[in-house]
Write a protein that binds this ligand. Structure first.
Ligand code: CP
Length: 320
């Protein structure tokens, strides 16, 4: 598919992968493939979104997602602004709705938002006309991370039908796990999860996933593993004895991968807690595609931004 043929997404917002069809996911991945090629060129910009304005609202810390969205917007030649939340009127008590409506009043076309409350982008999307993209909401979803993980898996494994992908770690507090489960299931993969029982949500099997009690059993069957950080910032009371104990029982080490006797692709959304959930020797080995995920993330965010904006851009051009 060539970029100019891309039909655009028939929705205002991207809030989660749960609501996306396989067709929509494939459209985003195909469009990202076009943009991924652009990123390898000496001139990495395309004049696709001139005059389109995007505000980035990050109410929670971020390195990869924030920079990646900002870079994607610049690569598309959109106008991009960021709100430094800690130095904004949010600190004077302004509500999310008021902040967003004021930003929209400045004729902003799209808001990219990360928030610690699950559902915050959904509430915002219902209150404003601008497009809303969820850059991670609480423990709920992180759709662009799920998409870049799908892209990286497809790049390395080909078709995902029949492939087994196991998500290892703190599933209960992970928005990445939830977006991955929805996206992977939609693409026909077999999905497993593995971690301490206190970090596996009750009833997760209802989402169509297998629960592996030990990491050895998970590694023996996995074509790829997505290793997650323990989300200490979201865990109120200790749910496992110590990080040392966690590393002993669930850490992904060279010895464990050797016992698995399979070529296992290793993904991690970052940030890594080295030698806790993932041994440094595994994180830096050729079988790990962690930095490819980051590069692919820029292409995915270009694709999502471009496809969501198609209708708005066409309407604006028709009026011009
Ligand atoms: N993967 C991810 O969301 O990383 P950041 O928190 O750095 O954005």
């Amino acid at each position: 598919m060539k970029l100019n043929d891309a039909p655009g997404l028939d929705r205002k917002d991207l809030l989660g992968l749960e609501e996306l069809s396989e067709r929509e996911i494939r459209l985003i991945l195909d469009t990202a493939r076009e943009f991924r090629e652009v990123l390898d060129r000496p001139i990495k910009t395309v004049p696709a979104m001139r005059g389109f304005t995007i505000a980035n609202l990050f109410y929670e810390s971020s390195t990869r997602t924030r920079m990646s969205f900002e870079l994607a917007q610049k690569r598309l030649t959109a106008d991009s602004i960021g709100l430094a939340v800690t130095a904004s009127s949010v600190k004077k008590g302004e509500s999310l709705r008021d902040t967003a409506r004021n930003i929209e009043a400045m004729r902003v076309d799209m808001i990219v938002m990360r928030h610690s409350q699950s559902g915050a982008p959904h509430r915002l999307a219902a209150q404003i006309d601008a497009h809303v993209v969820n850059a991670g909401d609480g423990c709920h979803e992180h759709p662009t991370q799920g998409l870049l993980d799908l892209y990286t898996l497809l790049e390395n494994l080909g078709d995902l039908r029949g492939k087994r992908i196991v998500i290892i770690g703190d599933i209960a507090h992970s928005r990445v796990a939830r977006s991955n489960i929805h996206g992977l299931r939609r693409m026909g993969a077999q999905v497993g999860v593995c971690g301490p029982p206190t970090l596996i949500p009750v009833g997760i099997e209802d989402l169509g996933v297998t629960v592996y009690p030990t990491i050895e059993e998970a590694l023996a069957e996995a074509d790829a593993i997505n290793v997650l950080r323990i989300q200490l910032e979201r865990i109120g009371v200790p749910l496992f004895p110590s990080t040392r104990e966690y590393a002993r029982l669930f850490g992904v080490t060279p010895a464990r991968l050797e016992v698995a006797k399979r070529e296992v692709l290793v993904l991690h959304p970052g940030p890594i807690n080295r030698n806790v959930e993932l041994d440094s020797r595994v994180a830096d080995a050729p079988g790990a595609v962690i930095l490819s995920q980051v590069t692919n993330g820029v292409a995915i965010r270009m694709a999502v931004t471009y496809l969501l904006a198609q209708k708005t851009m066409k309407a604006a051009h028709a009026l011009a």
